[in-house]
Design a protein around this ligand. Structure first.
Ligand code: ADP
Length: 193
């Protein structure tokens, strides 16, 4: 099993690249943002609680997202590997994920960390807001709050995995195809080892 974390700030292109990577490598895509939005569209209690938090640009509680990931791992016992997108977003989530993977006798193979400048992030997110229907992409205030949350709680996740020498930085500006090639070359290096 080969498991990947696609890491980076909101708007760094994780969703776009994930769609291509899961297809290319036959991985299961686990996006906590998508899982939460599915709860919201089904109007579950969890979804309603999460929506209020997401609309402020804050992180939903660790226990909520860790629970969703635990159940997704259990539901895919035959997976060739998982691609985590937008998760883990805190050190507590990283530790929980390591434990869950350990129980399944597997681990994270690589953390691909996408680097994009702050102004480019804001531009992309507001632009996406014009068509995505995502309420958290519509206001500059919420977009900036998400980036602040990223610096406060999420960027340390990269430091956590750096201790295990698992992080590779990828330049996340350029064409989708160029960035995909950079990501694939890092994955292929590790798969051939
Ligand atoms: P983006 O990367 O563009 O912010 P996501 O779809 O990954 O989009 O996340 C949207 C929102 O969902 C986040 O701002 C946050 O409120 C919530 N969320 C998603 N994943 C997590 C997570 N792992 N931990 C806490 N909150 C999360």
């Amino acid at each position: 099993m080969f498991n990947i974390i696609l890491f980076g700030p909101p708007g760094s292109g994780k969703g776009t690249q994930s769609a291509r990577l899961v297809e290319q490598y036959g991985l299961i895509h686990l996006s906590t943002g998508d899982l939460l939005r599915s709860e919201i569209s089904r109007k579950t209690a969890l979804g309603m609680e999460a929506k209020a938090i997401m609309d402020r640009g804050e992180l939903v509680p660790d226990a909520v997202v860790v629970g969703m990931i635990a159940s997704a791992l259990d539901h895919n016992p035959m997976a060739k590997g998982f691609l985590f997108d937008g998760f883990p977003r805190t050190v507590a989530q990283s530790e929980a994920l390591d434990n869950l993977l350990h129980q399944k006798k597997t681990s994270i193979g690589v953390v691909l960390a996408m680097q994009v400048s702050e102004e480019e992030l804001v531009k992309r997110l507001l632009n996406r807001g014009l068509t995505s229907g995502r309420s958290d992409d519509n206001s500059e205030e919420v977009v900036r709050a998400r980036i602040v949350e990223y610096h406060k709680k999420t960027s340390v996740v990269a430091d956590y995995y750096r201790k295990f020498d698992k992080v590779v930085e990828i330049k996340g500006e350029g064409s989708v195809e160029e960035i995909l090639l950079l990501l694939c070359s890092e994955i292929d290096k590790r798969l051939s080892n």
